[in-house]
Write a new protein. Structure first.
Length: 224
């Protein structure tokens, strides 16, 4: 159903939000936060109003806690299901309206967990006709690229229609909207230098809506 998801450089922050009572506050664990609103095709509601403020990290480290689920709420928060490949060589087919998938071995609460060697893991996302796919890498940490930034070691390749791109060295969330109704994401690792891997999310949006699904960047010290 409809929900809000909060992420930072370390992954998902707290539970998915669908019935929180205001006011509700949370701190990121790094210098950016991604706020994503997902809606289905059924009931609509008023929505939300949020404000943010940049704060000295040292001032909040001693008091920051990740909020837990509100047990007094009428319904429990949504569970986040992370999909990955079975073994080191596999293709996963995704056809839901939205979803989350990761590199093999990825652990959302353990930044020291790594993917294995010699991975060849693929994800095929297929949307219905008239829809496109909004893909976001919430966490992305692979082996450092080769000389001149070439992705010759571990990398993710995204195939979108007739276009094919490699990525291996993005530090913040990377968002891409497909040209058609499918995306093919292929992850390969070599035999050395393991890293945390990636956590990606996707959602499908109407092709004719040029604004829906695109991120809005906020980089001031505070705002609403």
């Amino acid at each position: 159903f409809d929900h809000i998801r909060l992420s930072d450089a370390y992954g998902i922050i707290g539970p998915l939000l669908c019935n929180k009572r205001a006011p509700y506050s949370i701190n990121s664990r790094d210098n950016w936060m991604l706020v994503e609103l997902y809606t289905d095709g059924e009931l609509t509601r008023q929505g939300f109003y949020a404000s943010y403020e940049a704060t000295d990290k040292n001032e909040i480290l001693s008091e920051t806690t990740i909020p837990q689920a509100n047990t007094d709420a009428p319904n429990p928060p949504l569970d986040l299901t992370l999909i990955t490949c079975e073994g080191t060589s596999d293709t996963v087919y995704l056809d839901g309206l939205s979803g989350d998938f990761t590199s093999p071995g990825y652990m959302p609460n353990d930044p020291d967990a790594t993917y294995p060697n010699s991975v060849d893991c693929s994800f095929f996302i297929n949307a219905t006709e008239g829809m496109v796919i909004e893909l976001t890498f919430v966490v992305f940490k692979l082996e450092r690229p080769g000389l001149k930034g070439t992705c010759k070691y571990d990398y993710v390749r995204i195939r979108d229609g007739g276009e094919s791109i490699k990525i291996c060295n993005i530090h913040r969330f990377y968002t891409r909207r497909s040209k058609g109704n499918w995306l093919y994401i292929d992850f390969k690792s070599d035999g050395i230098n393991l890293e945390r891997g990636f956590h990606a999310s996707y959602t499908t949006v109407p092709k004719e809506d040029p604004e829906c699904g695109h991120p809005l960047y906020l980089n001031s010290s505070h705002g609403d």
